[in-house]
Design a protein around this ligand. Structure first.
Ligand code: CTP
Length: 418
């Protein structure tokens, strides 16, 4: 347990200690399960998600913990799961359970069951290892540890991907992240699940694609999905594998270098990565691609609008960006920050990308120094003329025809004289 504690951030380590202590006092059968056990065995340098299974009253167990240690509880009564949030960290606690799928792709109904049964309902043997907190005993009925040694992803039964086709999206994400391969039987089971992808709700498809976008090797995972036939089964155009590599490399480089003024987009980092991932799949892929994806996935309003508007941005001819700066800025001025980000990341024209960068960083902020007061003082009656004068002055600043306040005054005199 000490080696695991060392891999956790302090607030989470405190939660694990609290859970362990409580388990020892009450004798509750509590197991650490899923990714944390997998990553611990793999020797990952850090672990951030802790999932527990309680063979018994899971919700009562976390309620006791919260009473003793504080924090907040988010309880999902139907599945008897709870998230305990304490000092900025969180852990998930579920009832050890059996699952029953009424039809492919449906959410399962659950009933209490011992840990061995709970492990059987999981996605891959490598994720189906449990560690009992009271004494550190490892429960590994599917030889998950052997798979970890052989870097293998093995589904647990032949209908696994029919029951829950999101598992193939998860599988591609793990295979790409961990550098694991699928065994033959699992590849066949995946093929059996592919036709059932359409039974999933758009929300679930979107959720798992976004996990891929935020994971370590999104392009490799998406290439695998392409090979499985996932895009065809979802009725969306297949991405070009070379483009995927190039586009996710661009996201990585822009986001890590802060090359684009991302803060100004006012989006949380996760949402920004999700949006960029959708842009990578959809930008300049044609109207049909946009329409199909919009029909499939319930995008947030800003992402949806940006994907639609990106159609117009991507089809603008690169030639247009030889025009004077004021003209280029006018072409780009009405696009949202997110649409411009898509163009900046994925447009094939260097010239257009440069213009987008300048528009976002500089051009859109350029304003004449005079204001309405000044025009009134010069005897111009308020009206639509004001906007035309401001625009003319702004264009002159952008095009370098005005370089100083004196220049601006001179140009204003000329305009008023006209
Ligand atoms: N799980 C599953 N099938 C799903 C979702 C989850 O079998 N469709 C099981 C797996 O055993 C998984 C565990 O629930 O390991 C926890 O799920 P999650 O937190 O989503 O994944 P992690 O294993 O923690 O993996 P990651 O490294 O991506 O966080």
């Amino acid at each position: 347990m000490e080696t695991l504690l060392a891999k956790l951030a302090p607030p989470q380590a405190a939660m694990l200690r609290a859970i362990s202590d409580h388990t020892r006092v009450t004798g509750a059968a509590v197991y650490l399960v899923g990714g944390a056990v997998r990553d611990w065995i793999l020797g990952a340098p850090s672990i951030d998600d802790l999932d527990f299974s309680v063979d018994g009253d899971s919700v009562g167990f976390v309620r006791d913990l919260q009473r003793e240690h504080g924090g907040e509880l988010l309880v999902h009564e139907k599945f008897r799961t709870a998230r305990w949030v304490c000092q900025g960290a969180s852990v998930d606690v579920a009832m050890s359970r059996a699952e029953f799928y009424a039809r492919p792709g449906a959410l399962p109904t659950v009933s209490p069951a011992p840990i061995e049964v709970d492990l059987r309902r999981r996605d891959f043997a490598a994720n189906a290892i449990a560690c009992r907190l009271s004494d550190g005993v490892v429960v590994d009925p599917f030889q998950g540890r052997r798979d970890l040694e052989h870097r293998l992803l093995r589904g647990l039964h032949e209908h696994s991907f029919v029951d829950d086709p999101t598992r193939m999206l998860r599988g591609a994400r793990y295979a790409a992240r961990l550098g694991f391969a699928f065994d033959e039987g699992t590849l066949e089971a995946i093929q059996r699940g592919v036709p059932h992808l359409r039974a999933l709700s758009g929300e679930r498809i979107k959720y798992d694609f976004e996990l891929i976008f935020r994971d370590r090797e999104p392009a490799a995972a998406l290439r695998m999905l392409r090979e499985f036939g996932v895009f065809g089964a979802l009725g969306v155009p297949m991405p070009d594998p070379d483009k995927l590599d190039e586009r996710f490399a661009r996201i990585w480089s822009v986001f890590t270098k802060g090359e684009y003024v991302l803060d100004a987009l006012d989006l949380a980092p996760d949402r920004l990565l999700n949006a960029a991932g959708w842009g990578a799949l959809i930008y300049a892929q044609g109207q049909l691609a946009v329409r199909r994806w919009l029909e499939l996935a319930p995008f947030e309003h800003d992402v949806r609008e940006a994907l639609i508007a990106a159609g117009a941005l991507s089809t603008m001819s690169a030639q247009m960006f030889h025009a004077p700066t004021s003209r280029q800025s006018a072409l780009l001025h009405d696009f949202s920050g997110l649409t411009l980000l898509f163009g900046h990341l994925f447009d094939g024209s260097v010239l257009k990308r440069r213009a987008i960068h300048c528009e976002w960083k500089d051009w859109r902020w350029v304003r004449p120094t005079i204001n309405g007061e000044d025009l009134r003082a010069r005897g111009v009656p308020p009206g639509p003329e004001y906007r035309r004068i401001f625009d003319a002055l702004r264009d002159a600043w952008l095009d370098g025809r005005v370089l100083s306040l004196a220049d601006e005054q001179r140009l204003l005199d000329e305009i008023l004289a006209r």
